[in-house]
Structure formats: structure tokens, C-alpha cells
Design a protein. Structure first.
Length: 314
């Protein structure tokens, strides 16, 4: 994938539902104008909203790409595997899974909604241990060979399964997963504490260690700004983050933000982008002002001393 775009991805979950076309188009226009290219969506966003089917986000992006005629300069990533098969199901209980027939059918739907002939990054949205890895990885490879997918990634996968999938690809001469998408931010949950969103998987120490040794795999991080929790009283953190380490991290974060003249959110994003391993933060916004704040993180420089201070807090 080309690397001249900014290292920030735009999350698009509410596009077409909570965020109307006019606002979504304004957000994507501003993102593209700032040098942004990475759009992150899925074939089920946002199925958990009342009245939504899961088509809405892809359809909105498709309308925008058609009206702006800029498909070639955008890097579009979408996902399959977690779309409910029972209409009206708001859980992952009836998720479609990752069998070869499902993957082949899912790409057709996504390409049609996005109005494009290929997806730049195609993701397995969640784990499906009921299907052999070789079947899933082989199906993704077939889509790459057909030219309908450029690169493949896995979301919410434990690192040992990622490595196993990459080995299966290597042994068969197939396209390996070169992207991993996990929940990751500056504050961290208590080890082993369950998250409110059962489908989420957090990037732990072992995963980060693996990625430092595997520069060919790019980490994309979602929920980077904790759904507004760093700055909004009305958005309390998930209970899993309620421990003394969070208070210590927030204190240092606020100190550093004050010293560099940036917002707390900007410091979190700058910390992710410039860290080891480097991370592509996915930022979900509902307005252009929020996007502008996130884009401001690209100008925040954290020197070695500031980064060491942020990293040292446990």
C-alpha cells in the first residue's frame, strides 16, 4: 500500500445513521483534503443501532466516492465475518462467520455497496474457530488473485492465531495477513477483566512485542479515544479500566498535554503513531471539528523524554 498518506484512519461506523450524508461527506472531504486516505468500514456497520441493517456505512462511503470521483486516491478497508444472519439480531450470536462461501458472498455485497471493483484491505472481522484457518486464508487469497482485494487483515484475533494463519499462508504460497486490528489506547484495562463489548479484543504486551519483531504486519487501533472518555464527563470508561493505573496514566497524560500545548486526545494519538510498534489509529468522529482536533495530533512531537515518561507509568 502506498505510504504517502497520513498515518491516521477514519472510522465510519455512524455514517448513514447517526451521522447524515451531508455531515459524513463534509468529514470525508476534510479528511481527504488533509492528506487522509484510509477509510475503515465493515459489512455490518452499524447493525446494533435500532433500525439499521449493517449496510449503511458502506453505502454512505460508496455515495461519497461516486460523487467525488476519487476512488483511486482513497484506501478503502472493509470487513466480513461479523454480519448477523438473522434480521434484527443486535448481537454477534448469528454472525455469518468465515467460511469460504460466506467470504465470497460478502465481498460481492461490499463491492456493490461501495460502488468499486476492489477493496484495498479486506478484513476478517472476528474469530471463527469453527472453520479451518486454511479455508479462511485460502478464500482471502483467492480474492487477491482475482484482483478484488489488494491486501488482507484480521481483526480481533489473538496473536498466536495470527501467526498460525500467516504460517498457513506461507506454506501454501497464499497472501498472508499483513494487517491486524485491535482495541488499543493509552489507558489499559485490568489484565483479564471482561470488556463491556464482548467482541472487542485489546492489544496486550505479547501482541505489541510480536509486532515489534514483525514489521510486515501493521497494527490498526480502534477505540483509541475511548469513545470520548478522555475528555467527557458523560462518557465514563468501561469498568475494566477502573483501577489505579488508569488514574496515574491520566495524570501524566494531562501534564504532557499541558507541556506541549496539545489536547489530551492529540497526545494519545501522537503517542500511538510515533510509538514502537507504530500504530495506525482509527478515529471515529461525528463532526468536522472533532476531525480537525484529531488531525492536529500529526503536528504534536513527543520527544524521547516525554515518550519515556508516558511509557513508564504502570
Amino acid at each position: 500500500m502506498t505510504t504517502h498518506h497520513i498515518p491516521l484512519a477514519l472510522g465510519t461506523i455512524p455514517f448513514g445513521t447517526a451521522v447524515d450524508d451531508r455531515t459524513a461527506f463534509a468529514i470525508m472531504d476534510r479528511f481527504a483534503e488533509a492528506g487522509g486516505a484510509l477509510l475503515d468500514t465493515a459489512n455490518n456497520y452499524p447493525f446494533w443501532y435500532d433500525g439499521a441493517t449493517g449496510d449503511e456505512s458502506e453505502l454512505t462511503i460508496g455515495r461519497w466516492l461516486a460523487s467525488r470521483k476519487n476512488r483511486d486516491r482513497m484506501v478503502v478497508g472493509t470487513k466480513c465475518g461479523a454480519r448477523p444472519t438473522v434480521p434484527g439480531d443486535r448481537t454477534l450470536g448469528s454472525a455469518e462467520g468465515l467460511s469460504a462461501p460466506v467470504i465470497k458472498a460478502a465481498i460481492e455485497g461490499s463491492l456493490r455497496r461501495l460502488g468499486t471493483d476492489h477493496v484495498d484491505v479486506y478484513w476478517a472481522h472476528m474469530e471463527d474457530r469453527s472453520v479451518p484457518l486454511a479455508e479462511t486464508v485460502g478464500a482471502f487469497d483467492e480474492l487477491v488473485r482475482e484482483g478484488r482485494v489488494r491486501e488482507v487483515g484480521a481483526s480481533n484475533l489473538p496473536v498466536w492465531r495470527l501467526e498460525r494463519a500467516r504460517n498457513v499462508a506461507r506454506e501454501n504460497g497464499w497472501t498472508p495477513y499483513t494487517h491486524l486490528q485491535l482495541r488499543h489506547s493509552y489507558v489499559r484495562p485490568r489484565p483479564g477483566a471482561p470488556l463491556q463489548s464482548s467482541g472487542h479484543r485489546v492489544a496486550g504486551d505479547e501482541t505489541l512485542d510480536y509486532l515489534r519483531e514483525e514489521p510486515s504486519v501493521t497494527l490498526w487501533a480502534y477505540n483509541t479515544l475511548m469513545s470520548g472518555g478522555y475528555t467527557r464527563e458523560d462518557r465514563p470508561f468501561d469498568e475494566a479500566f477502573d483501577h489505579p493505573g488508569t488514574d496515574r496514566r491520566l495524570a501524566v497524560l494531562r501534564e504532557v498535554a499541558a507541556e506541549v500545548g496539545a489536547t489530551v486526545n492529540q497526545v494519545v494519538l501522537a503517542w500511538l503513531i510515533g510509538g514502537s510498534p507504530a500504530v495506525v489509529p482509527i478515529v471515529g468522529v461525528s463532526g468536522v471539528e472533532q476531525l480537525d482536533e484529531a488531525l492536529g495530533a500529526l503536528d504534536v512531537k513527543l520527544d524521547g523524554e516525554l515518550r519515556a515518561r508516558l511509557d513508564a507509568v504502570s
